[in-house]
Design a protein around this ligand. Structure first.
Ligand SMILES: Nc1ncnc2c1ncn2[C@@H]1O[C@H](COP(=O)(O)OP(=O)(O)O)[C@@H](O)[C@H]1O
Ligand SMILES: [Mg+2]
Length: 339
């Protein structure tokens, strides 16, 4: 098998991908495999390198090192063929505000070399599909945020892409509109499109993706099936707030010593005065509560929640997503030495 051969069933294959901007390592050796017909969630905070990855996979940006193929086409050597099989919806709308929705779709169809008749039919069909027929003749500037995002999705589907990149498709949207977009994405996936979705939201990844790659500062810090990853960080997070903040550490130590928590262990969140306990089952949850009671520690509040991106990060890296560099002295030191 030569390097350019894709693995069977693999739609996107990324090996040791590196992108440096001067001193900034936007991507620092990323490996990623997206199987055909699945949704891969690339989860990471602002500045993790998500858009850089999508831009390289769209041939809009050349990698500093490493390899990537999409549908078997190499991002560097076969950009033209590659562009024909992908669709891209960015964090920022790619349509022309002044033009009506229909016009936007028609023009993109023409740019993709569709004959006039076919471009027209495709514009009609996609507007219908994304519930925009009534707004077809209005300028996009009059659209709501959700309508714009739907038009963006429609635009990315004109060329019938085999692989669709969604770069933070719901960032900045209100919850209701976010749900609308999720529904549309689910329908696309139902049609067999392979999706690479970047997001800052754990909830979005859970809604849409079957597999996750968690990135931080240009590096993959965890990857696997959603369930697998949730189990790793704790299927749920129990948030226990002792009445006396001095009890935070003893409480965490008690639970860790008993080994009854999820694999990731407890995390003390001094800022919010709570101990975060990953639990995988109701039995574990009960055991944790029992143990706290037995220890005689007074609790002022206790709640369970799905792990947020913040907690996934805290659990995987020991620092909060988006924490300033100086919060991690060891790494700052390393970088200072490397320079
Ligand atoms: N054109 C650029 N020039 C210099 N630095 C950049 C450029 N684009 C991105 N970066 C930096 O690379 C890192 C990753 O950025 P990006 O891929 O946009 O992250 P994300 O999409 O996850 O928020 C950030 O530190 C960002 O500031
Ligand atoms: Mg981005």
């Amino acid at each position: 098998m030569t390097r350019n051969d894709k693995e069977p069933g693999s739609a996107v294959s990324v090996r040791g991908l590196v992108k440096h901007y001067g001193e900034t390592k936007a991507l620092d050796g990323v490996d990623l495999e997206v199987r055909e017909g699945t949704v891969m969630g690339v989860l990471g905070p602002n500045g993790a390198g998500k858009t850089t990855l999508v831009r390289i996979l769209s041939t809009l940006l050349a990698p500093t090192a490493g390899q990537a193929t999409v549908a078997g086409y190499d991002v560097v050597r076969q950009p033209r063929q590659l562009r024909r099989v992908i669709g891209l919806t960015g964090q920022y709308a790619s349509v022309d505000e002044k033009l009506p929705g229909w016009e936007n779709l028609y023009l993109i169809g023409r740019l993709l070399d569709l004959p006039r008749k076919e471009a027209r039919a495709r514009a009609d069909e996609l507007l219908e599909r994304f519930s925009l027929t009534e707004a077809a003749r209005r300028p996009v500037s009059t659209y709501s945020g959700g309508m714009r995002r739907r038009l963006d999705l429609a635009a990315s589907m004109i060329g019938r892409p085999a692989v669709l990149y969604l770069d933070e498709p719901t960032t900045g949207l209100d919850p209701r509109t976010r749900n609308e977009v999720w529904d549309e994405v689910k329908r696309l996936v139902g049609d067999g499109v392979t999706v690479l979705l970047t997001t800052q939201y754990m909830e979005e990844a859970e809604q849409l993706a079957s597999e996750l790659t968690v990135v931080d500062r240009g590096k993959v810090i965890a990857s696997g099936g959603i369930e697998q990853l949730k189990a790793k960080v704790g299927g749920r997070t129990l948030r226990i707030r002792p009445a006396d903040p001095l009890q935070l550490r003893p409480l965490a130590d008690t639970l860790d010593a008993q080994g009854i928590t999820g694999l990731a262990g407890t995390v003390v969140d001094t800022e919010r005065g709570a101990v975060l306990v990953p639990v995988l089952s109701d039995e574990q949850l009960t055991a944790v509560v029992g143990s706290v009671t037995a220890r005689g520690i007074t609790i002022s509040s206790i709640s369970t929640e799905l792990p947020s991106l913040d907690e996934v990060f805290l659990s995987l890296t020991g620092h909060r997503a988006g924490a300033p560099q100086d919060a991690v002295p060891a790494e700052t030191h390393e970088e200072a030495v490397a320079v």
